[in-house]
Write a protein that binds this ligand. Sequence first.
Ligand code: ADP
Ligand code: MG
Length: 384
Amino acid sequence: MATLELRNVNKSYGSGLPDTLKNIQLSIDSGEFLILVGPSGCGKSTLMNCIAGLENITGGEILVDGADISRMSPKDRDIAMVFQSYALYPTMSVRQNIEFGLKIRKVPAAEIDQEVARVAKLLQIEHLLGRKPSQLSGGQQQRVAMGRALARRPKIYLFDEPLSNLDAKLRVEMRTEMKLMHQRLKTTTVYVTHDQIEAMTLGDKVAVMKDGIIQQFGTPSEIYNEPANLFVASFIGSPPMNFIPVKPVREGSQWVAPLDSGHGHLNLALGHTDQDLTGRELILGLRPEQLALAGVGTVVQLPAQVEVTEPTGPDTLVFVTINGTKVCCRVAPDQAPALGAAMAVGFDAGKALLFDAQSGERLAIQSNTPAEPSAGNIAQFKGR
Ligand code: ADP
Ligand code: MG
């Protein structure tokens, strides 16, 4: 077990090219499971290769247990990596594949046998040890690739999209196994994925990356409930968060955001702010599951008309239009209104998120139940 810290890590693949990694700052505690998630091409594999030592960084430091390892050769770093492609040696048996790293390190034969037996049992591949990779299914190959990493008991594991080549059902099974394995071994792990469900379910911490920049680093709950910007808010969550454009207007001493469904109107109070919001465009962020509440507490309601319904099994997605945008509400199937029916779209104004449309940054918003409830006067807006 070990801590891993990245300080201002930069990576450029050549002068004239834009930096692939830009000032990466991350810190992982001993035994923690960090998820690195982001769209294809954002620099995830590059970052893993830099940590493993397969690529040189062009700036910053990588520290393991406080010591800078960024100039060390890969074999001295004591880091094991599982690649998306598995990269098994095709001519070697499963046993030989698992042993290979240990033999290179000149581990005594008796110890190697013990390690192979241990990981084969852990991964339930004991019966496959004599086979060649070509005689294995994708899921079995994936286990062997993991076995090769696990046999080494390194300080840190790096997994680069290890499940992305598996079919959907096996991916879900292996996801649970990954979690169980980490709970047992408690080895510091960085796990790359572009799958937001894996990101939410597997990690102690999540780093969301785009264009070589960490957009947000936090717990899964922070990433989901307090996204730092529109990109993070849109990337995590399915169906995705609704983004409703709003143009604040002055109403007495405060700003309000008018919401209109064509069947009802609501002025959502943004409270007092020193900032002049004249002409500013904001985005109201509401997740589909936040949009089906009954009218109690700080809940506001906006009458609307159901335009589309999509039953998914566990819940039904109901679509209405607010401020010219299709808005998805996630409701229990037995509470789903019929097509064309009137519906009160209810949400907790205190939990609504506000973003600056231009910069994409989230603005701080604080719930505030007013002394005298009046339609929509609930959210206290505080500009950053
Ligand atoms: P991800 O794993 O998130 O899909 P990568 O780290 O593979 O992304 O790639 C990030 C960016 O770096 C891409 O634009 C890619 O084209 C570029 N890149 C990756 N490897 C090299 C390389 N060896 N030389 C030049 N550019 C590269
Ligand atoms: Mg990649």
